[in-house]
Design a protein around this ligand. Structure first.
Ligand code: ADP
Length: 844
């Protein structure tokens, strides 16, 4: 390449340099780029030539311009250039393509220029002076990334992001403005779509949030409310307007210090959702909170669970009660299968709760009880009662039977069915106690009944039989016996008994001295003996009477005193009965009653014998009195007869004194005769009698009054007589009673206006007669004595009489089963009372 102007091909240069064409071509291209070589394609061959220095510069500049132009033309960005006058002097291909205009049309402006419209980013029509290129022209400042829209007359709209920059000449004057526009139509379209979709989504979301029944609110990363739905407004008791933009800790200061604060902070820190329940003290409610954190904030869902929590608390409380209650509690379903049991119930029947759940009630009670419980359930379902009780046997796992009382109620279950709930109490102890009390009461009743019977004084054998039967009934034993100790105190005869084989009672006896006998042991020990296992008893082994009857248990006790026992009372059983203290004291009580009855009978027998003796001696006495008085009359008559004879025959020879002595003797004999007569009358009260018959006492009194008429008239005594009843009496004797009492009332009258009154009172079992006078009266200490034979309070000189009258009255009244007595005040008067049984009713 010597000649600067001589062009060469790459092959020529390679040949000259002895190199390959490719290396040379590469080298030449680099030099060309630097402006050292010129190059162009001629025909189909590229040629290179060396450039002179000026030419070189020019070539360089040209190349640059070419390059720029090339760049401008081919750049994928629409580019236009304006000159200082604002005329477009260049529009590259991209610009042409985009606008659908040729460069010429662009440079000269299209014919339909008026129909082209330019808008700014906000969609407002852009004033020509506000176009980016124009502004750069005017200000000399570049414009970056300005978005404009161009609408073609066809209506098609394009978006451009425009950069425009000024270019200055060597003098610093604005020479050109280069504008580059990037087609962002697609981008804009996409953006609009996105915005549209976003707003669509937002509407959708807020609709969804508004619709959800849970409370919902959203907080931004500053804990400020950005959304609150209607339910949340209700729950938080603040409107959305109040809350939006407010920090939650400001709106709800209480929340700042507590579990809520911790939980939501934890959620934000870990970016993990949290779910928790919290008590809102401000409005006293429980909230379930579900919080979903994101980088930009927190979405919180709220649910008011106060009712549920309340229910849960209530349930917890019930469960607590259910578990702590000491009574057994269970429930069974429609099929009588356990659905629930508490520990107390499980413990009571010795199963574990797990074993019972699902098990049928027949596991623990018999079919009858289940049926009864079922019936109660139906009653409850019909609303006939709210609870009901049932007493039944419950069988435990170990085979024991417990007496239990269940109180039933209904528990609503699924649908409209009910479960039966039972509260069960073990009443075995109570039942046992009741049984003991009942048997105790029965024993007491039996004892008092027997005591009553004993008081009625029955035949002893009847009493023994009754007692033996009572003991067997009350103690539920097979046998009972009453043993009587014989006179020698060697054997005990079975005098009465229940349950024994024929031929035992009345003939079999047991030893009271031999050591194998329970009876002899009882006599010896002196207290009740209880036997629970006779064959194995170490104290005694028999007797045969017991062993031959298969007796294994029993109680025996002494009848009578320890010092002189009458016998033994024994209750015996073939089973191994255990006898309680009450049982023993019951047997002892029966024995005591028997002993008392025996004692009373003994006493009564003695008494009767004594009475009999007395009666006999009385009769003998009466006999003697009768005979004596009767036989005394004869010698007495002789005494007075001979005295009278002496008086008559020797009256002349007798001096005054002798006559007076004889007079005394006659008088004495006379008195003696009267007394003997009285005595005779007295002794005849029981012997010379008339039959008892209805007697009109009024008529008797009238007769007496007529007997006494002369005295009554002489003394002027006033006699008043009430109407008197008919009585059963010996008429003559009754007349004697009235005669004696009335004549006494006359005899012992006082001086002024003597009165006597006879009246009668009808009493329950008798008539009470009263003969009252206003006479001299009787001193209190003598009122008893006057009824004795020949007992007098006065001398014969004061008042005549022998002192037999009242004694006779008493004897007669007593013979009529009555009583006689006096009530009197000396100086005021006396009232003599006597009674006669009211038996007439039975005779009518
Ligand atoms: P007598 O009248 O023959 O002495 P009674 O047996 O009739 O015997 O009476 C016994 C005694 O009782 C009397 O002596 C008298 O002292 C007293 N007496 C009886 N009746 C009355 C009377 N109505 N008022 C006062 N004293 C009486």
């Amino acid at each position: 390449m010597d000649h600067p102007c001589t062009p060469h091909t790459a092959q020529e240069v390679a040949d000259e340099l002895g190199s390959t064409r490719n290396i040379v071509q590469e080298h030449l291209a680099r030099l060309t780029e630097r402006g050292t070589l010129g190059s162009k394609i001629v025909g189909d061959t590229r040629i290179w030539w060396r450039l002179a220095d000026r030419t070189h510069r020019e070539a360089e500049l040209r190349r640059e311009r070419e390059l720029t132009e090339q760049l401008l033309k081919t750049a994928p960005v629409a580019i236009s250039v304006q000159n200082a006058a604002g005329e477009t002097i260049l529009a590259n291909r991209r610009a042409q393509n985009l606008l659908g205009l040729s460069e010429r049309e662009i440079l000269d402006e299209p014919e339909d220029i008026d129909e082209w419209e330019i808008f700014d980013a906000n969609g407002d029509v852009l004033n020509p002076k506000d176009k980016p290129a124009t502004r750069v022209q005017q200000t000399g400042e570049p414009v970056f990334n300005e978005e404009i829209a161009i609408r073609r007359p066809s209506g098609e709209q394009m978006w451009f992001s425009v950069n425009a920059a000024p270019m200055f000449d060597a003098n610093g004057n604005l020479d050109r403005v280069v504008s580059a526009g990037e087609d962002i139509t697609e981008l804009k379209k996409r953006e609009r779509q996105l915005e549209h979709r976003k707003s669509e989504l937002e509407t959708e979301l807020s609709e969804i949030l508004g619709r959800i029944s849970d409370g919902f609110y959203a907080l931004d990363d500053q804990w400020c409310f950005t959304h609150v739905n209607g339910r949340a407004e209700e729950i938080l008791q603040h409107t959305e307007t109040e809350l939006l933009g407010t920090q939650i800790w400001m709106a709800f200061p209480n929340a700042e210090d507590g579990p809520f604060w911790e939980q939501v902070h934890n959620a934000m820190d870990t970016q993990e959702p949290v779910s928790f329940e919290v008590h809102d003290a401000g409005v006293d409610r429980w909230l379930e909170v579900n919080a979903y954190p994101s980088k930009t904030g927190l979405s919180v869902y709220l649910r008011d669970i106060s009712q549920r929590v309340q229910r849960e608390h209530q349930l917890e409380r019930y469960e607590k009660i259910f578990e702590t209650i000491q009574d057994g509690v269970y429930s069974v379903d429609e099929d009588n299968r356990f659905t629930m049991v508490n520990d107390a119930y499980a413990e009571m029947i010795e199963y574990s709760p797990e074993e019972l759940i699902g098990a049928h009630s027949s596991t623990v009670v018999d079919a009858e009880t289940t049926a009864a419980a079922q019936e109660i359930k139906q009653n409850l379902e019909r609303g006939e009662a709210e609870t009901a009780k049932l007493e039944a046997d419950v069988h435990t796992a170990s085979g024991r039977t417990i007496r239990a009382e269940a109180t039933f109620a209904l528990l609503p279950a699924d649908g409209d069915s009910y479960e039966r709930v039972g509260v069960v109490r073990d009443i075995s102890d109570r039942v046992a106690r009741e049984r003991t009390l009942q048997s105790y009461a029965r024993q007491q009743r039996a004892v008092s009944e027997l005591g009553q019977l004993a008081l009625e004084n029955p035949d002893l054998d009847d009493l023994f039989t009754h007692a033996a039967q009572l003991v067997v009934d009350v103690l539920d034993t097979d046998y009972c016996k009453v043993l009587e100790l014989d006179a020698a105190a060697e054997r005990l005869l079975v005098r009465h008994g229940v349950g024994w084989r024929d031929g035992v009672v009345g003939s079999v006896s047991v030893s009271s001295v031999e050591p194998e006998s329970q009876a002899s042991y009882t006599l010896l020990s002196g207290e009740p003996v209880v036997v629970t296992d006779l064959p194995n008893d170490t104290r005694f082994s028999g007797p045969h009477l017991l062993t031959s009857h298969g007796v294994t248990s029993g109680v025996s006790t002494i009848i009578g005193s320890l010092e002189s026992p009458w016998g033994i009372l024994g209750a015996h059983d073939t089973a191994q009965q255990s006898f309680t203290e009450e049982d023993v004291s019951f047997v002892q009580s029966v024995a005591n009653i028997l002993a008392e009855a025996i004692e009373r009978h003994r006493y009564q027998d003695e008494l009767e014998a004594l009475i009999e003796e007395l009666k006999e001696s009385n009769e003998r006495l009466e006999q003697f009195a009768y005979i004596a008085s009767h036989d005394l009359q004869e010698p007495l008559r002789m005494v007075s007869n001979y005295l009278q004879l002496i008086e008559r025959r020797y009256s002349d020879t007798l001096d005054e004194d002798a006559r007076e002595f004889i007079e005394f003797a006659v008088d004495g004999a006379e008195r003696m005769r009267a007394m003997i007569n009285d005595l005779l009358r007295y002794s005849r009260v029981d012997t010379e009698t008339e039959p008892f018959e209805p007697t009109a006492s009024e008529a008797v009194v009238e007769r007496v009054l007529s007997n006494l008429q002369m005295q009554i008239e002489q003394t002027g005594i006033e006699v008043t007589v009430e109407s008197l009843p008919t009585v059963i009496a010996d008429r003559n004797q009754l007349e004697q009673v009235f005669q004696n009492l009335l004549s006494n009332a006359i005899k012992y009258r006082s001086d002024e206006a003597p009165r006597v009154e006879i009246d009668v009172t009808e009493r329950e079992t008798d008539w009470l007669f009263a003969i009252s006078d206003n006479g001299i009266g009787i001193a209190a200490d003598r009122q008893e004595r006057i009824f004795e034979v020949f007992r007098r309070l006065h001398s014969r000189e004061e008042y005549p009489g022998t002192g037999i009258g009242l004694a006779l009255c008493r004897k007669i009244v007593e013979r009529h089963d009555g009583r006689i007595w006096v009530e009197s005040t000396p100086g005021e008067g006396s009232t003599f009372y006597f009674t006669l049984p009211r038996v007439e009713a039975h005779h009518e």
